[in-house]
Ligand binder design. Structure first.
Ligand code: GDP
Ligand code: CA
Length: 304
C-alpha cells in the first residue's frame, strides 16, 4: 500500500500517474483540509474535490480547477441578487457541496462523506481527509489576517505574507484511517504540492511529523519547484517571502527530518549534490505531469 500526503492539483496529477502506472496498487491519499470553508452554508473541501474530479477524468485542465463543461447559472443569479459571488461555484460542482453538507448535517463526518463521493465516481484511490476536526489555514499579510480563500481567490495570492497559521491544528486529531495509512504503507509519498500550505497543515496535526520521522527512509517527496518556480500557484512566492530557498534544495531543507528521498526535475540536476549534502537521497527525472510520458516516468521513479 502506498500513502500519498496530498494537496490539490499537484497531488491529483501524481495520484492519477500512480494509479495509471499500476491499476492494482492500493493507493491511499491523506488529504489537506486547511483550505476547507463554509460558503453559503455549504461545506466545501477544495483539495478533496480537485483530486476527486481529476481521478474521475472530469477536471478542467485549462482552467486548473473545477469541472469540465461546467455552467455558472446559479452564480450569475446570485451575483444579480447582490450576493457573494467572488468564490466561483459551478452548477455541477454545487451538487457535490450540497451532498456533502446534507450528509454532514445528518451526522456523518468528512471521512465518511469523502468515501461516499469517491465511491460514486468509482475512484480507485481511497481519499482520506487528514482530520475531521476544524483546521483552517490563515495568512498574516500586509492587509491583515486573511482566510485561505480570501488570500487565494479574493486577493489572487498577490499580497505579501508575513506568516501562516493553521488554526485548530494543535487540537485536531489525525483520523484513524489516515493514521493507519501512515503506519501500514510500504512507502509514504509527499506529493508535489505546496509544501507550506498544502502539506504544512497535514504536518501540523499532532503525531504526523513523528509518524514520518520514525520511518524517514520510507518517505519520498516530489519537488513542486522546478527551475526556481512553481508550475502554478503561490508556492514559489510564499517560499521566498517566508525565508526559504525557491528551489528543490529549499524544499528538501523544509522536509529534511521527515524525508529520506527527494525526486527533482532534470532541469535541476545540478542541485543533486546539495540535496545529498543534507542527508537525503536524490532521484532525478522528468516531473512535469502534463506530459503523459513524463507522468509515467515519474510514477516509475517514485515506485522504484
Ligand atoms: P492546490 O492545492 O490545487 O493549489 O495544489 P497543490 O498544493 O497540490 O499543488 C500546487 C503545486 O503543485 C504547485 O507548487 C505546482 O508547482 C505543483 N505541481 C502541479 N503540477 C505539477 C507537476 O506536474 N509536477 C510537479 N513536479 N509539480 C506540479
Ligand atoms: Ca489546495
Amino acid at each position: 500500500m502506498i500513502c500519498v500526503l496530498s494537496g490539490g492539483v499537484g497531488a491529483a496529477r501524481l495520484l492519477r500517474a500512480l494509479s495509471e502506472y499500476d491499476p492494482a496498487l492500493d493507493l491511499r491519499a491523506v488529504v489537506n483540509v486547511g483550505d476547507d470553508l463554509v460558503m453559503h452554508g455549504l461545506q466545501i473541501c477544495p483539495d478533496l474535490d480537485t483530486i476527486t474530479y481529476t481521478l474521475a477524468g472530469l477536471n478542467n485542465e485549462e482552467q486548473g480547477w473545477g469541472l469540465t463543461g461546467e455552467t455558472w447559472r446559479v452564480m450569475q443569479e446570485l451575483g444579480a441578487l447582490g450576493g457573494d459571488a467572488w468564490f466561483g461555484l459551478g452548477d455541477r460542482d454545487l451538487a457535490t457541496h450540497l451532498y456533502r453538507t446534507q450528509r454532514l448535517h445528518a451526522g456523518s463526518n468528512k471521512t465518511e462523506v469523502a468515501a461516499e463521493i469517491a465511491h460514486h465516481f468509482q475512484l480507485g484511490v481511497d481519499l482520506l481527509p487528514a482530520t475531521n476536526d476544524p483546521l483552517a489555514t490563515e495568512f498574516h499579510t500586509e492587509v491583515g489576517i486573511l482566510s485561505f480563500q480570501e488570500y487565494f481567490v479574493r486577493h489572487h495570492h498577490d499580497v505579501v505574507v508575513t506568516s501562516i497559521d493553521f488554526r485548530g491544528a494543535a487540537a485536531a486529531r489525525l483520523t484513524s484511517q489516515a493514521a493507519e495509512a501512515l503506519r501500514d504503507a510500504d512507502r509514504i509519498v509527499i506529493a508535489p504540492s505546496n509544501p507550506l500550505i498544502s502539506i504544512g497543515p497535514i504536518l501540523a496535526i499532532p503525531g504526523v511529523r513523528e509518524a514520518l520521522r520514525e520511518r524517514r527512509d520510507d518517505v519520498i517527496a516530489v519537488s513542486p519547484i522546478i527551475g526556481g518556480a512553481a508550475l502554478k500557484g503561490p508556492a514559489d512566492r510564499l517560499l521566498r517571502e517566508l525565508g526559504h530557498d525557491v528551489s528543490p534544495v529549499g524544499v528538501a531543507r523544509y522536509y529534511r527530518d521527515l524525508v529520506g528521498t527527494m525526486v527533482i526535475d532534470e532541469v535541476d540536476v545540478e542541485l543533486r549534490a546539495s540535496i545529498e549534502e543534507l542527508g537525503l537521497e536524490c532521484r532525478v527525472t522528468t516531473t512535469i505531469m502534463k506530459n503523459p510520458d513524463h507522468a509515467r516516468h515519474l510514477a516509475a521513479v517514485v515506485m522504484a
